[in-house]
Design a protein around this ligand. Structure first.
Ligand code: PAF
Length: 279
């Protein structure tokens, strides 16, 4: 695996490959890689010639400085995992390489970046689009791969690609779960044994929602899920919503073409998100 820390060097290396008509797939990450990330690399490998992964803990998408500080950064283990997965290229820039002092970013995606996660983490998706645009400008991928786990992020990136008319195909990859249902996340390492067990309430609610979907109304599904989570030990619910999976507007009818249930909750000091497609 080739490792780059410089934008210019990575760009030059990739432009040579593009001249040979190789297709480039890109998997942007913040590291602390788990099987979910590695599955993105594997999905990319099946679709493109060269897979580029980036590891960059992006400061502009953290609205809580403590969260940024404690974000796990096991770089040596990450490199080993990427090598074992036969990733072709890794980009690990410094903050100075990606940002110059006093930079601003004013892409406004309106509703999409202000609801759900955007409401609880103001400015989060502004930081995400800012860094992903910068990374796209360096890597110039043909295809970029994102996990469904942050479903809203995928919608935000798709909207950004549309706004700037970027020549990138955005692929959404399925959520990977532990055998007991917990969605894989870099933040799971922060959970104690007790919290880890309590966190199962999140995926359990989503699976209960899927099971109850044929017989219940949207309002009842939401009420049942909220009751279950509010009565789950150790879980502090932020939101549970059933939305139109295209627009992320609250679902008004079960007749809408595609529906998704999304939630965020804190377990101990760890904020977790999860979702499931209902239709
Ligand atoms: O999903 C993530 O890990 C991050 O939001 C991303 C897309 C790498 C941007 O920093």
């Amino acid at each position: 695996m080739r490792i780059f820390t410089s934008k210019t060097e990575l760009s030059f290396f990739l432009s040579e490959l593009k001249n040979q008509n190789k297709t480039i797939g890109f998997v942007p990450t913040m590291g602390a890689l788990h099987q979910g990330h590695l599955s993105l690399i594997e999905i990319a490998q099946a679709q493109v010639d060269i897979v580029v992964c980036s590891i960059f803990v992006n400061p502009t998408q953290f609205n809580d400085p403590k969260d940024l500080e404690k974000y796990p950064r096991p770089i040596e283990t990450d490199i080993k995992k990427l090598e074992e997965t036969r990733c072709d290229v890794l980009f690990i820039p410094s903050v100075e390489e990606m940002y110059s002092a006093g930079e601003s970013w004013d892409l406004d995606l309106g509703y999409l970046e202000k609801v759900l996660e955007g409401k609880f983490r103001p400015g989060h998706y502004k930081g995400v689009t800012q860094i992903v645009k910068k990374l796209f400008d360096v890597v110039k991928p043909d295809v970029s791969f994102f996990g469904q786990k942050d479903f809203q992020q995928v919608k935000v990136i798709e909207a950004m690609v549309q706004t700037f008319q970027l020549p990138v195909t955005v692929v959404t990859c399925p959520i990977l779960r532990e055998p007991d249902g917990l969605a894989m996340s870099s933040r799971n390492v922060h959970l104690s044994v007790v919290e880890r067990a309590q966190a199962l309430a999140l995926s359990k609610t989503l699976h209960q929602t899927v099971a109850a979907f044929p017989e219940s109304s949207i309002a009842d599904l939401k009420q049942q899920a909220e009751n279950f989570l509010n009565n789950s030990d150790g879980v502090k619910l932020e939101y549970f919503e059933i939305c139109n999976a295209e627009t992320l507007r609250p679902a008004e009818s079960k007749e809408e073409k595609s529906l998704i249930a999304l939630l965020a909750a804190t377990v101990g000091n760890t904020r977790l998100i999860d979702n499931i497609i209902l239709k």
